[in-house]
Design a protein around this ligand. Structure first.
Ligand code: C2E
Ligand code: MG
Ligand code: MG
Ligand code: MG
Length: 290
């Protein structure tokens, strides 16, 4: 009897050692470790005023920098992160790092704004707004921060969310509706959440090249934003023809691979410097020539 027990025991030991030695941890556990080790950082994608070429802002997008240096996009892990409390820690880390990551840009461009993606619990519970109140008291540039509220996930308590949004607005935070027209919120979000900016989803921007004679929903979205006095940012602009068509429709602020991919903080600041310089030169030249 002792022989089979010892065999089972050693097999069990081998299995446990195997588990420890390899990648068989759950994604949730690996993410917990990654957050502790600060492997989740923000990449920044510029938002351009397509009329002047200047960078008016950026969106912070989370990336997982693996110990071997590879960069993983959120597609592979954002759902797991969002379904656990880890998302709170990660979001606060991104918010806390922003002033340092973008110090030069924030200082030189007082109107530059960086947005951060939130999940419903950041609005339905008071901790996130309260954290911003504290940060603001300690000199955090809240007027250069924007929050993106996605339509992709349902908000259960719109009234509570509205109250927390007001707290943030009072600090100067800009309120943006992300993935507009693709999800749950629609008109109720616009009414209750005091939205400043509508981010028109790539889905609608794509109709400009996929089916140019069927851009009615895009046009209606733009018209609605204008009627409500909200600013518009078009997402996922990949082609010059899209950018031009959007400009003709009065949509100046654009984001997409046509201009730049999301970049590490260091790369973003470099990109910003070069672009601001070259466009400032252009502007000087054009004003010198009568
Ligand atoms: P999103 O907030 O709508 O962000 C825009 C996504 O479109 C980003 O993907 C961006 O890299 C991508 N994109 C930008 N321009 C183009 C383009 O021209 N063409 C194409 N094909 N794609 C473009 P990414 O970074 O993979 O993020 C995917 C989604 O993950 C985000 O969609 C957002 O919903 C979520 N996410 C990213 N970072 C965070 C975060 O820190 N917190 C939370 N809660 N969600 C995040
Ligand atoms: Mg977003
Ligand atoms: Mg978006
Ligand atoms: Mg989106």
């Amino acid at each position: 009897l002792t022989i089979p027990i010892s065999i089972v025991f050693s097999l069990l030991c081998f299995y446990i050692i195997h588990l420890i030695g390899t990648q068989h941890y759950s994604l949730g556990y690996r993410l917990t470790l990654a957050v502790k080790r600060r492997e989740l950082v923000a990449f920044y994608q510029p938002i351009i005023d397509a009329q002047t070429g200047y960078i008016v802002g950026a969106e912070a997008l989370v990336r997982w920098i693996k110990p071997n240096g590879s960069v993983e996009s959120p597609g592979a892990f954002i759902q797991t992160l969002e379904q656990s409390k880890l998302i709170n820690k990660v979001t606060l880390q991104l918010v806390n790092n922003m002033p340092n990551d973008l110090a030069e840009v924030l200082q030189c461009s007082p109107n530059f704004r960086c947005s951060i993606n939130l999940v419903p619990q950041h609005l339905e519970l008071p901790f996130f707004a309260d954290e911003l109140v504290t940060l603001s008291k300690n000199g955090y540039p809240c007027h250069q921060l924007a929050i993106e509220i996605t339509e992709r996930l349902p908000l259960k308590d719109l009234r509570e969310a509205g109250m927390n949004v007001e707290k943030m607005k009072a600090l100067g935070v800009c309120i943006e509706l992300d993935d507009a027209g693709t999800g749950y919120g629609g008109a109720s979000y616009l009414q209750e959440l005091n939205i400043d900016v509508i981010k028109i989803d790539k889905l609608f921007v794509d109709t400009l090249i996929i089916s140019p004679d069927r851009t009615q929903v895009l046009d209606a979205n733009i018209q609605m934003a204008k009627t409500l006095g909200m600013q518009i940012i078009a997402e996922g602009v990949e082609e010059p023809s899209q950018s031009k068509a959007l400009l003709e429709k009065g949509v100046r602020f654009q984001q997409g691979y046509l201009f730049a991919q999301p970049m590490s903080a260091v790369e973003f600041v470099k990109f910003w410097r070069i672009r601001q310089e070259s466009y400032a030169d252009q502007f000087l030249n054009s004003t010198q020539v009568p």
